[in-house]
Design a protein around this ligand. Structure first.
Ligand SMILES: [Zn+2]
Length: 288
């Protein structure tokens, strides 16, 4: 159901659902922060209480309220007064904003749910990639599993809908069209990228693109479809260049100044493509 349909009943409903989406997004963002931190630092993901990264003091419920705890404690640990990177709060805000935007565009549908889970996966792998320059396969697999699982609910909402990948859910697609477009988007775009990267590496004589990046392009391609994933890759390159310029000075002091995480750029681009892709693509093809 779209939010505009709910607005007819009462204008309170869309606001209510957007607020719920935001709160849920912030809470999940907080959980993903913790999960990514534990993955990078080699701690068990499921066992043990949350603790301060510096003094190891266990955190209680008041320290774990998304965004608010960080603001009230002015970005410092309550126990050792050490600074807590604003990154954690930013990740929670980004996750909240992502959930709100997805529900605003995709409504209260099974797509919105699948795309929200995809957002969590993208946030997790971005945080890990930023710190460790790798994208664990678990994230890629989770994304693929969610995509496949979303087909189990297909008849519920989408029986009336026509062309393309999940991104086109609003214009409507048959199950076969979604499946085909998704697979094309994944295999063709990731395949071409892999081929270009291999040739480029041979010419330049060093590895340019990580294997994790190619797998990530494959995974989001399932959701975005063929044209969507091409657009996505272009947007990711623009974001990547901006990101590279902004972090240039910091990277010069790093161990390998040329090491550069591309995952976050791809993740941000996917968010952009999910929201604006269908409009941009329709406009572009309308030019001919
Ligand atoms: Zn502490």
């Amino acid at each position: 159901m779209q939010l505009s349909e709910l607005a007819v009943l009462s204008p309170v409903w869309p606001v209510f659902f957007l607020v719920v989406a935001g709160v849920l997004g912030a809470c999940l963002g907080s959980f993903i922060n913790c999960l990514a931190w534990r993955l990078v630092h080699g701690e068990s993901v499921w066992k043990g209480r949350s603790h301060c990264a510096v003094c190891d003091h266990p955190l209680n419920a008041l320290d774990l309220v998304p965004v608010l705890s960080w603001l009230f404690l002015r970005g410092r640990c309550r126990y050792c007064n050490e600074k807590i990177a604003p990154r954690y709060m930013v990740a929670e805000l980004v996750c909240a904003a992502y959930f709100i935007s997805i529900v605003a565009v995709y409504g209260l549908t099974i797509h919105a749910l699948a795309l929200c889970v995809l957002g969590c996966v993208l946030l997790g792998l971005s945080l890990v990639d930023l710190e460790s320059y790798t994208i664990p396969n678990g994230f890629i697999l989770s994304g693929i599993v969610v995509w496949v699982a979303s087909f189990a609910f297909y008849d519920v909402d989408l029986s009336t809908i026509g062309l393309g990948s999940l991104m086109w859910a609003l214009t409507g697609s048959s199950l076969l069209a979604v499946l085909t477009d998704g697979l094309l988007g994944a295999f063709v775009v990731a395949g071409c990228l892999l081929a270009i990267a291999l040739v480029f590496d041979r010419v330049v004589g060093r590895q340019s693109l990580g294997g994790g990046d190619v797998k990530l392009v494959f995974m989001v391609g399932l959701y975005l479809g063929l044209v969507g994933n091409v657009l996505n890759l272009m947007v990711a390159c623009v974001i990547g260049i901006v990101f590279a310029v902004l972090t240039q000075r910091r990277r010069q002091n790093a161990e390998d100044p040329r090491a550069f995480p591309f995952g976050p750029s791809l993740a941000l681009a996917t968010w952009f493509t999910l929201l604006f892709g269908p409009t941009l693509i329709t406009l572009y093809f309308g030019l001919f």
